[in-house]
Design a protein around this ligand. Structure first.
Ligand SMILES: Cc1cc2nc3c(=O)[nH]c(=O)nc-3n(C[C@H](O)[C@H](O)[C@H](O)COP(=O)(O)OP(=O)(O)OC[C@H]3O[C@@H](n4cnc5c(N)ncnc54)[C@H](O)[C@@H]3O)c2cc1C
Length: 397
């Protein structure tokens, strides 16, 4: 089948892009390539937004919360979210609905194969599989991770979560816990993340930011110790998840060549200091689809340099002074309005929110100590200089 776009990797980003491209240009012919369509591990994708339903490329059930709790040893605070809502999407629900919606459209093909290489020239893009090469005017890929440099501060966010169900209602479904540091600290900032789905079902996730990821067995032991401490050892285990996300300071470029783009996590959409990527993936695919419709797709504009500098500074702190990083995170969460914290983590606080966080919340001594070496290693540009990209009609086969 001759297609206009090859999408290599049909996970969150690939499916979102395909849906959005078909929406802006129904006649576009798309092939989605994946080594295992539909066989992905189950995940919960959380994000926050003012109008969460409008973020998604299709109708998917969302669980949302309007109250956020944060805690540390000897303190805890719960605040209502004003304009934002914290939400979670079930990845299996999202992927199966997206595939069903795409299968119902003309001009969409699903190809199964292991992608070896994605490259492009000014004339065409190529996706190399083990046994053949697919060609099209454009390719977008979310399956090959090609960091070129060793990270200076190699930190991982690693976690294991357990969803437990109780026979009796005992959880408050209106309030989620973003970070509870009142747990034994490991080699880096360590906290529990809790999402109550109903009064009888809750996710408890044990998370650590550190250089060496703990194995899933050790993380699970920590979750079970926490369940026991909270009197929940008798609950049924419904589901478990384990993950390790790199929090490296390098921002990966979205451009891969004249006619190829990197999408999703491999396209730099995960924020280094939080690991959250879902919202930015939706923004990236929306932007690519919109600019595609004009004939010349362009990368999602990179966040302002200072946000990359804040990230590099915190990563330096986590790497070199983990206890100070833990204290700084607790101070930020304890002393800041919930909406302001979330907007800051999303790199779009108001000027007032940003000035308050930077000048009156962050611990200046340790922050400057990390900022001075870290800033030297925060490059100005994220995208490689490919010059002006060819428009869709230029040089296409
Ligand atoms: C357990 C876990 C929980 C997460 N929770 C959150 C969260 O709550 N909020 C948030 O914002 N972010 C979260 N993230 C980060 C991020 O949002 C997810 O990882 C998301 O799935 C990234 O989407 P993606 O399309 O970039 O990658 P994926 O969804 O992983 O898609 C990549 C696709 O490429 C395919 N593929 C890989 N290699 C090949 C190959 N060689 N050939 C062919 N196909 C290939 C895979 O099968 C997959 O379909 C989480 C990550 C993990 C691991």
């Amino acid at each position: 089948m001759e297609v206009d776009v090859l999408i290599a990797g049909a996970g969150c980003a690939g499916l979102s892009l395909a849906l959005r491209l078909k929406r802006v240009q129904p006649q576009v012919r798309v092939a989605l390539v994946d080594k295992d369509h539909g066989g992905h591990p189950h995940k919960l994708w959380s994000f926050w937004a003012e109008q969460p339903g409008r973020v998604l490329p299709l109708d998917v059930p969302l669980k949302s919360w309007a109250r956020m709790s944060v805690a540390g040893p000897g303190w805890s605070t719960t605040r209502s979210l004003k304009s934002l809502r914290y939400c979670t999407v079930d990845s299996h629900e999202f992927e199966s609905r997206s595939r069903a919606a795409l299968e119902a459209l003309p001009g969409v093909a699903f190809v199964t194969g292991s992608v070896q290489r994605v490259e492009s020239t000014y004339r065409e893009a190529r996706v190399h599989l083990a046994d053949r090469t697919l060609r099209a005017p454009y390719a977008f890929q979310s399956c090959l991770f090609d960091a070129t440099q060793e990270p200076r501060y190699p930190v991982w966010q690693h976690f294991a979560g357990v969803v437990v169900r109780s026979d009796t209602p005992r959880f408050d479904p209106s309030t989620f816990t973003l970070m509870d540091f009142d747990v034994p600290q490991r080699e880096g900032p360590t906290f529990m993340y809790r999402l109550p789905f109903s009064s009888s079902e809750v996710l408890h996730e044990h998370t650590v930011f550190s250089a060496k990821p703990l194995g899933s067995a050790e993380h699970r032991r920590c979750v079970h110790r926490e369940l026991k401490r909270r009197g929940l050892a008798d609950c049924d285990i419904v589901r478990e998840e384990y993950g390790a996300i790199p929090m490296f300071e390098q921002r990966l470029p979205q451009r891969r060549g004249p006619r190829a783009f990197n999408l999703g996590v491999v396209g730099g959409m995960a924020k280094p200091t939080t690991g959250y990527a879902f919202l930015r993936i939706q923004q990236q695919t929306e932007h690519l689809a919109k600019t595609w419709a004009t004939g010349r797709p362009t990368p999602l504009p990179a966040p302002a340099w200072r946000f990359r500098a804040y990230d590099t500074t915190l990563l330096h702190m986590i790497h070199h002074a983990p206890q100070q990083a833990t204290r700084a995170l607790q101070t930020l969460l304890r002393d800041t309005e919930a909406d302001s914290v979330l907007r800051f983590l999303d790199e779009r606080p108001s000027l007032r929110e940003e000035l308050k966080i930077v000048f009156s919340t962050l611990p200046w001594g340790p922050f400057l100590k990390s900022a001075l070496p870290a800033l030297r290693h925060t490059p100005w540009a994220v995208e490689p200089p490919y010059g002006v990209y060819p428009a869709l009609h230029e040089g296409a086969r």
